[in-house]
Design a binder for this molecule. Sequence first.
Ligand SMILES: Nc1ncnc2c1ncn2[C@@H]1O[C@H](COP(=O)(O)OP(=O)(O)O)[C@@H](O)[C@H]1O
Ligand SMILES: [Mg+2]
Length: 306
Amino acid sequence: MSVEIIKAENLSKYYDDFLAVDHISFSVEHGEIFGFLGPNGAGKTTTIRMLTGILEPNSGKVKIFGLDMKRHKIEIRERTGIVPEMANPYIDLNAMQNLMLMGKLYGMKRREIEERSIELLKLFNIYEKKNAKVRAFSKGMKQRLSLAMAMLPDPELLFLDEPTSGLDVMSARMIKRIIREEQKKGKTIFMSTHNMQDANELCNRVGIINHGKLVAIDTPEKIKKIGEKHKIIELSLYPLKFQKDAFEEKIEVLGDKIRIYTEDVDETIRKIVKYAENENLKILTLNVEKPSLEDVFMVLVGEGNE
Ligand SMILES: Nc1ncnc2c1ncn2[C@@H]1O[C@H](COP(=O)(O)OP(=O)(O)O)[C@@H](O)[C@H]1O
Ligand SMILES: [Mg+2]
């Protein structure tokens, strides 16, 4: 039986007269890792702030654990862990003091906070630094501590706003591993990201948001299927003299590689060959590829032709 843990109904948010989140609806079921994927400025943080009761929506309704956010904010908060976009530990306190403070906010007993803190500091590999002021922490260490603070009361639901963004490889990997472990323990995770790779390897389902609108919501594999009628021809030419305007297809130039998005591989290859002949260019390589999740994302958010 599926249990709805998060339900967003017709959520909107204006900043003055700018519509940052545009009537979005979706739900997340118990035990899912749900990825909220979108470019910068898409409305991810604003949505998370509404889902966690920090920001009041202009329209729509949030239900968490089946409870209405407006009427049950305190109970929802007690059962939820939040890692905001900006790391939130106090830099003048040490790691242990930050955890103690968070535990008190959650109403936990001192003994319980201490035991759980030690367990989490070890899990996140910052136990040796427990007495060091957070001021001296790297970005990755701060983020690991933020996640430890959110996990302190062992919440059923975690909201993580870009948990791996801008981190060193080791911290990012550790955080992803711990997110998976939390899921195995039966927790539900809602995470935002602008990183397709993270969404692909971590999430059971992904919602793609662009300019405040939800443009797709499905499993990573099914989202890739949306783009299946598109193929990508990747080629390199010598010398690298390439006029994008010669083609009407969506084109990206990455280093010495030219990527052409097409629905008609045969026709586009013929055009490429003719172009190379006319311009006296040599075709060094030419591959036809299936779109990755990132490519589909580019097609959906329409930002491949800059
Ligand atoms: N406090 C605010 N006041 C005015 N505009 C804001 C505010 N916060 C965010 N915005 C704007 O709303 C849009 C969505 O922002 P945000 O939710 O932070 O997106 P994301 O987290 O996906 O990068 C952006 O255009 C951003 O500039
Ligand atoms: Mg954000």
